[in-house]
Design a protein. Sequence first.
Length: 308
Amino acid sequence: MLLTDSARPLPLSTGTGASARTHSPEPTAGRRCHDAVAPLHSCVYFAPEMQDELAVLGLERGSMAYYAGRAAPLGAVDAGTVTATFYNFDHEHVRRYIPAAWRIAPPEAVLAARLRGADRTLRRLLGAEVLASKEMAEAAELALRAAKAGPREARPLYSANADLPVPTEPHLALWHAATLLREHRGDGHLAALAIAVLSGLEALVLHNATGRAPTSAVFMQTRGWSAAQWAAARDRLRERGLLDEAGDLTDSGAALRAEVEALTDRLDTAPYDHLGPAATARLTELAGAFTTSLRAAGAFPAALFGKG
């Protein structure tokens, strides 16, 4: 999951000042396109179909299914690799499920199950007519063209997914491309967070302070953090001047988040530069319409989001 909202160069300053809250740059065309496309991938994390398919293999619903489903393109990796590439999950929590998941179901079986889960999810949320539409086929072609243009260097999740075969059905090809574009931006985003000297937990706390992220309870439950760990991270961010005493973003916190997004944008330009302005705008339009339909169908539970 991307943690922040993205083009300004470094340094990633943490200075104070009233101008910081106006520091957020205009979203780039690439970020607008990513924001339209990515929900076509991430909707599966909130859907019962993905959990059902992985449970058939014997995987526990919840964290084990999530870790295995997302990490499967990497192969039967250990917990350290998952912690490193996912960034904002407690390592001890990861170790509860990985590598045990691979003893239950090998990555190849998990990959097949997650594709079945994506198929069932999109069929339920969008309907057969949309899946068979010429707009779906066009969006898939554009998204694949963009996704194939990302550099692999220092992008483990993107690169691993890029080695997978492209599904033949347009809606699954689009889901595959959305996965690639999401992980490409995500890998770069984690580099930007590391440069900002934000741990995975600190990035979650800072994101939660915007009120536009999953609640702290959801973050702690799904990523394995305790209330004490969350409170300690909040204290560290206060000491850096990024949060105020109430736990809200300061001007410095808002500025740092904007600069992280700006660097993320810079690291995510290749797919959209390759696609070109007109095709990027068209993909944004097509994917945006599908994403609007996903939201209207309840793909993203509103109750999970908000500061708290």
